[in-house]
Design a protein around this ligand. Structure first.
Ligand code: MG
Length: 455
């Protein structure tokens, strides 16, 4: 796929992503779907309305009417698409910085489009074979006001309300000024919890923190958990399809530990789970202990969703899947990442009296290091990846090349791969020994940096 990468199409607004491009994507998707109506929703970015307007114009011009959902988490748009049996266009750059935006396409089943469908959209887009409508056949535009209520009602139906209310939890929520600010605080109040918030006002400048829910962006949430004496902290990315947690003492919980705890609660013998090539040993251990099995894909939710659907078609049970970045999929609920649903499922593990730290304690004995190496040109990118390949071939460990180069040393692993959305090569490392993880990651980083400095 040239246009759609591992997680849709994203870019810096008016540099690598223009409204005319988004209009063409909408025209191409509208042509392929030949649906009467398509939903459009967006996250809180300053440029969201501009791109939503461009997408709406593109759809109208190919004769498709638009349901405008406004600002709503990506999983809320997926729920709306599924409920109304119409496709959807999501204007979001997910966890990327404020200057980015992007587009994701959703089928009328509420799922992200498959790689095959995206390739069809691409071919219409590149050949500009749009179904342009005559003037009296262009689409209409309707504002939809109740889509958030229906989205939250779905989630509430999937939990034990009584148990939630009785547990009387105090929850700190950091939606990071993203779309989750309209949903998660309200959801947990409606579930009978006491809610305190930080970064919970709508501001496309993201003044409180960057949209990516990683530890270094979330100090304020840790402080809030402590100050408010909360039982748990929840952070979302810009479009709230991911959830990351803090325990009751204000400590960041690795997304890999959360995923392992959730998988342990869901998986039984014979099940399959799907994760990406940067999978943590924590999940591998859970899979081994439950006699389930694990399939790995390239990094990115689109690849994981595709694999889940293939496995389901072949008759396999896939009750949980996802990545350690807080993007968890519960395919029996919906084939989508959903930050609020993930949070509800994680908090359910606390409603039997265990604290958050007790829940993850068993899965928290690994250390993860992630380093980004920025590159300036295609040449530098190739130099970095060439060197990573060379190192992997020479290494005394098991090599996996599903996506980038992963080396498993037995007591540690390292992965080097190019980002699908930013000009960086990412290094991931994990070990039970913090020093070992730091050493292999930093020596790889040093090698790579020297290679582009010398070039
Ligand atoms: Mg996201």
């Amino acid at each position: 796929m040239q246009v759609f990468g591992s997680s849709g199409t994203r870019g810096i607004v008016n540099e690598s992503l223009s409204p005319d491009f988004i209009m063409k994507v909408a025209k191409a998707a509208g042509t392929m779907w030949s649906a009467e109506r398509v939903a459009i929703g967006r996250d809180t970015r300053k440029t969201g309305l501009m791109f939503a307007n461009a997408a709406a114009s593109g759809l109208a011009s190919v004769g498709v009417s638009v349901d405008r959902l406004g600002v709503i988490p990506t999983p809320g748009i997926q729920a709306y698409a599924e409920r109304n049996d119409i496709p959807g266009i999501v204007i979001t750059a997910s966890h990327n910085p404020p200057e980015y935006n992007g587009v994701k396409l959703i089928g009328s089943d509420g799922k992200e489009l498959s790689v095959n469908e995206l390739e069809r959209v691409e071919s219409i887009l590149l050949s500009e074979q749009f179904d342009n409508a005559t003037w009296d056949q262009v689409g209409n535009d309707t504002d939809i006001s109740n889509s958030i209520t229906a989205y939250l009602d779905d989630i509430k139906r999937a939990v034990n309300l009584q148990q939630f209310k009785e547990s009387q939890l105090r929850i700190a929520v950091d939606p990071g000024h993203g779309a989750g600010l309209y949903t998660s605080p309200r959801l947990f109040r409606e579930l009978g919890c006491e809610v305190v918030t930080v970064n919970a006002h709508d501001d496309g400048h993201f003044p409180g923190r960057d949209p990516e829910p990683i530890a270094e962006n979330l100090a304020a949430l840790g402080d809030l958990v402590k100050a408010a004496n909360a039982d748990i902290g929840i952070a979302h990315d810009g479009d709230a399809d991911r959830a990351i947690f803090f325990d009751e003492s204000g400590e960041y919980i690795e997304g890999d530990a959360t995923l392992a705890a959730l998988a342990d609660a869901k998986l039984t013998e014979g099940d399959i789970t799907v994760s990406a090539v940067n999978v943590s040993q924590r999940l591998v251990n859970v899979v081994d202990e439950t006699n389930a099995s694990l399939e790995l894909t390239q990094i990115g939710s689109t690849r994981i969703m595709n694999r889940i659907q293939e496995l389901q078609k072949a008759g396999n049970n896939v009750p949980i899947a996802g990545e350690g970045n807080g993007g968890v999929i519960f395919p029996h609920y919906r084939l989508a990442r959903d930050g609020a649903y993930t949070a509800v499922k994680f908090i359910e593990l606390l409603t039997n009296g265990q604290t958050a730290s007790e829940v993850v304690n068993k899965y928290d004995d690994y250390h993860n290091v992630r380093i980004n190496i920025h590159y300036e040109s295609e040449n530098e990118r190739e130099t970095l990846l060439g060197l990573a390949e060379e190192t992997a071939i020479k290494a005394d460990g098991e090599i996996t090349t599903i996506d980038g180069y992963r080396i498993d040393y037995g007591d540690a692993w390292i992965l080097v791969r190019p980002s699908g959305t930013e000009p960086v090569v990412r290094i991931y490392a994990e070990s039970k020994s913090k020093q070992r993880a730091e050493n292999i990651a930093s020596s790889m980083a040093q090698k790579l940096r020297e290679a582009i400095d010398d070039a």
